[in-house]
Write a protein that binds this ligand. Structure first.
Ligand code: ZN
Length: 122
């Protein structure tokens, strides 16, 4: 069992398969973010197996399938605080949704292209 301090394997595991293959370097960054923010981070999506419905429709696995992404429940000031701290910690992917923030640390020069910021259109 990994020691992720503030996070459990259960909350980061794929909601479709129960498999959890989070990248260790990403988890170190996420733990640093949790400490910088100073409040619990509610994970709504962590690892996604390539067979997860959201991944299976992509031509290749995205950042969640790489174990290098989370979606964190947050809005308004809390969302902005998370983004400010995440920028300082070197996260490279920022997805802004109505009720959550997607963060990943996919390396620059790879696929998907980073750095990047996007919104989730209606
Ligand atoms: Zn996401």
């Amino acid at each position: 069992m990994p020691n992720w301090r503030y996070f459990t394997e259960r909350e980061l595991a794929c909601r479709h398969t129960g498999i959890c293959k989070m990248d260790p370097a990403f988890m170190s960054r996420l733990i640093a973010l949790r400490e910088a923010v100073g409040k619990p981070l509610i994970i709504t999506s962590g690892y996604r197996d390539p067979s997860h419905p959201l991944e299976a429709k992509k031509p290749r696995g995205g950042s969640h399938a790489m174990g290098r992404a989370v979606d964190i429940a947050a809005t308004h000031g809390f969302a902005l605080d998370i983004i400010r701290k995440a920028l300082a910690l070197g996260f490279t992917g920022y997805g802004i949704a109505g009720t959550y923030i997607h963060l990943d640390d996919v390396p620059e020069g790879g696929v998907p292209v980073r750095p990047a910021l996007w919104t989730y259109g209606a």
